[in-house]
Design a protein around this ligand. Structure first.
Ligand code: TMP
Length: 259
């Protein structure tokens, strides 16, 4: 989690560069006001924000549910949510995004829809929960955008970073768990698991290999935020690794769960 001053500095750097080029941009004032709001938001955040990432069929939704039961058994009631989704509006955007009939959707439309769903989700659900001190467990967050739309589709990572910072107002997970599984194994699990195949599941194996490479690149850039979990093993083995990673990060704040 960056300090609020780091968020402010980073946002000022990014915004001053590109906002001036926008038609109708009125000056420094808007950039400053938005940066100040981000600064206030970052300073107010008290809970823990934990995201689950990984390729298709990595089992992250199952692992998230098991972790949640474990936390509840230790007297901690987490907020469970997912992307795209988590709010009434964002779930409707999800349905548009994942409809297998929407084959004409452009990569640009795709990123804007994922980001629109995210903006609503952060403002309406995630940030209020964090501000009230909750542990938020989120099935996918903006790293999926970098991996799928950036590395998978080949969109500019810098453009994605700017759109993402705008949509989230600079919110960064405290811990991101990467459940690693080779794409061919994950896709096979998905096909045989009885779940409905979405528009992205139907992409080529090469696409999913680029997504995995993308995740590995993201891990290298921010090793402190990430924990890699080998997700090829049995469900309870994977869960043990998930719990260990989570206990390490939130254990000091909540001594009960590290017992
Ligand atoms: P899932 O709920 O089964 O993980 O499916 C979500 C799908 O959406 C998955 O194929 C990854 C994709 N996705 C993106 O491409 N970009 C994003 O920003 C997010 C959140 C998900």
């Amino acid at each position: 989690m960056p300090t609020s001053d780091q968020v402010l500095t980073e946002f000022n750097d990014a915004s001053s560069e590109w906002m001036h080029g926008l038609p109708g941009y009125a000056g420094e004032r808007e950039a400053h006001d938005l940066a100040q709001r981000m600064h206030d938001n970052a300073a107010a955040k008290k809970g823990h924000f934990i995201t689950f990432e990984g390729p298709e069929g990595s089992g992250k939704s199952t692992q998230l549910r098991l972790l949640s039961s474990w936390l509840i058994a230790h007297g901690i009631e987490p907020l469970i949510t997912r992307e795209p989704g988590g709010t009434r509006i964002s779930e409707q955007v999800r349905a548009v995004l994942h409809n297998p009939d929407h084959t004409e959707m452009t990569a640009e439309t795709e990123i804007l829809l994922y980001s629109a769903a995210r903006a609503q989700h952060v403002a309406q659900v995630i940030r209020p929960a964090l501000e009230s001190g909750k542990i938020v467990l989120c099935d996918r967050f903006y790293d999926s955008t970098y991996a799928y739309q950036g590395y998978g589709r080949g969109l500019s990572l810098e453009a994605l970073r700017q759109i993402t910072t705008f949509a989230t107002r600079g919110l960064v997970p405290d811990l991101s768990l990467y459940l690693d599984v080779p794409p061919e194994v994950g896709l096979r699990r998905r096909e045989t698991g009885g779940e409905e195949m979405n528009r992205l599941d139907r992409e080529t194996l090469a696409f999913h290999q680029r997504v995995r490479e993308g995740y590995l690149a993201l891990l290298r850039v921010e090793p402190d935020r990430w924990r890699t979990i080998d997700a090829t093993g049995a469900i309870d083995e994977v869960q043990a690794a998930v719990r260990a990673a989570v206990a390490e990060v939130i254990g000091q704040a909540n001594r009960r769960i590290s017992e």
